[in-house]
Design a protein around this ligand. Structure first.
Ligand SMILES: Cc1ncc(COP(=O)(O)O)c(C=O)c1O
Length: 460
């Protein structure tokens, strides 16, 4: 099916979504609520989800590898989580006071995450990275932040530059120039360059990174480099912040820091931690988190401490969902099931690419997967096997052509599979081998269509 026919057929099977999109365009700024939800001929509008699947308002079924932008590790509608939310909501949706669930949630985070001597809740991952940088500046008395090209830390002004290529260009309109001056962006993976940058800038408060590697592992991290970063920052008194918004409670019950045995000073948490409800946190060393300590009248000692408000911080329903999920995750078995689903997916999808000689590969860690298609004809011509293509970190960081990604996503959705972003996704504990096998058939059809359209290349 040509891409034009596909567009028409996709719309034909989604009449209610087309109408919803028309309504959305008249009322929502930018037509959607998150940039990545935008797609043509229409975004999908979800009616409900169960386990590893979800259904749109037109009744189309999807194997869901978006999983609430990675927030759901147990899948949709987990009975224990739903029960915890409704029991908490029945007692009051929000008080503005602290409550026992808040403390219990923090205790679980403290028990599970190695660096979490103290915890402070926020409402999202973006708020968590925003707060972590403020904490780091307050604790060190320095101002600049060192980050790595392609690592994602949310959408606030401190970190919006440096995520998408070209990395030295502005990440968004509307950000005052002094934010750029406060940020140093370098590539990850080169320890000498990193150490030289630290040595040349004595005003760096913190280094922030995704411990999976850029964009939840699309460009995987080099573990020796990560250990080197830990040592170098400790030596220089620069705080190391792991952004574990995706990896926390997904890469292991103690996040990437437990999996890799590298403990940061601070970490940012969200997504899985809040069990599918809004929520985030900064967790870290007690000596650093002391910047919150109230030393007198909280309204008048603000020159000596970090100020942090937030109407809905650790609201009861989020805390209840978070507690239910973290209790389940603690023994590791749910994570193992999600990991097994992703492993089956990566192996099956890579076999599809091998069988058809496609210049690409599937990879990933824990319950994540990514697919990379090499679209540089020169590189493909020079490769003897797909293995030769697998050292393309710079290319992976640059990303694949937009039309290829859009076609990939549309074809996968048309076949009944929803990805997370680009060509990657996450699995959950509820994804069955049958779900993965179904998704593999859709992947194969998609890849063959992309090949026939000349959007992806074959070897030889
Ligand atoms: C690594 C990372 N950090 C921060 C964020 C921002 O989190 P939120 O969307 O909850 O603001 C995200 C979101 O995808 C993320 O992947």
């Amino acid at each position: 099916m040509s891409s034009n026919d596909l567009m028409a057929k996709f719309a034909e099977r989604r009449p209610k979504s087309i109408v919803m999109f028309e309504r959305a365009r008249k009322v929502l700024a930018g037509a959607v609520g998150h940039d990545l939800r935008y797609s043509l001929p229409t975004p999908i509008y979800i009616d409900h989800g169960r386990g590893g699947r979800k259904w749109d308002i037109d009744g189309n079924e999807y194997i869901d590898f978006l999983m609430g932008n990675g927030a759901l590790l147990l899948g949709h509608g987990d009975p224990e989580v739903l029960d915890a939310i409704s029991r908490a909501a029945a007692r009051g949706t929000h008080f503005g006071n602290d409550h026992p669930l808040h403390i219990e949630w923090a205790e679980l985070v403290q028990k599970l995450i190695p660096c979490a001597e103290r915890v402070r809740f926020t409402n999202s991952g973006t708020e968590a990275t925003h707060l972590a940088l403020r904490i780091a500046r307050a604790a060190t008395g320095r101002n600049r932040i060192l980050r790595f090209a392609g690592h994602f830390h949310g959408w606030h002004d401190d970190v919006v530059h440096g995520f998408q290529p070209p990395f030295d260009a502005d990440g968004s309109l509307g950000v005052p120039p002094h934010f750029r001056q406060g940020l140093i962006t370098i590539p990850d993976g080169d320890l000498s360059h990193f150490e030289e940058t630290l040595a040349a800038n004595d005003d760096i408060a913190a280094v922030i990174l995704e411990p999976s590697g850029a964009s939840w592992g699309r460009v995987p991290i080099d573990l020796d480099w990560l250990r080197g970063v830990r040592e170098a920052t400790a030596r220089r008194g620069v705080l190391l912040i792991f952004d574990e918004v995706v990896t926390g409670f997904r890469f292991s019950s103690g996040g990437a820091q437990k999996l890799y045995g590298v403990t940061p000073d601070l970490c940012c948490l969200a997504k899985v931690m809040a069990g599918g409800m809004p929520g985030g946190a900064v967790a870290g060393r007690e000596s650093v988190m002391r910047v919150f300590d109230i030393t007198g009248d909280p309204f008048h000692d603000r020159h000596r401490r970090v100020v942090h408000f937030g109407t809905f911080n650790a609201c009861p329903a989020s805390a209840a969902a978070g507690i239910a999920v973290l209790r389940r995750i603690a023994d590791g078995s749910a994570i193992e099931r999600a990991d097994a689903a992703a492993l089956r997916l990566r192996n099956s999808w890579d076999s599809v690419l091998e069988r058809h000689g496609i210049a690409g590969y599937a990879y990933g860690i824990a319950s994540t997967y990514h697919v990379y298609f090499e679209t540089d004809p020169g590189r493909v011509r020079g490769a003897r096997s797909r293995r030769d293509l697998q050292t393309t970190d710079a290319a992976r960081l640059k990303g694949m052509p937009g039309p290829l990604i859009a076609q990939y996503q549309l074809r996968m959705r048309f076949g009944g599979v929803d990805n997370m972003s680009s060509t990657g996704g996450v699995t959950c504990a509820a994804h069955s081998p049958d779900d993965i096998d179904f998704a593999t058939r859709v992947f194969e059809e998609t890849v063959l269509a992309l090949r026939d359209e000349g959007l992806i290349l074959t070897l030889h």
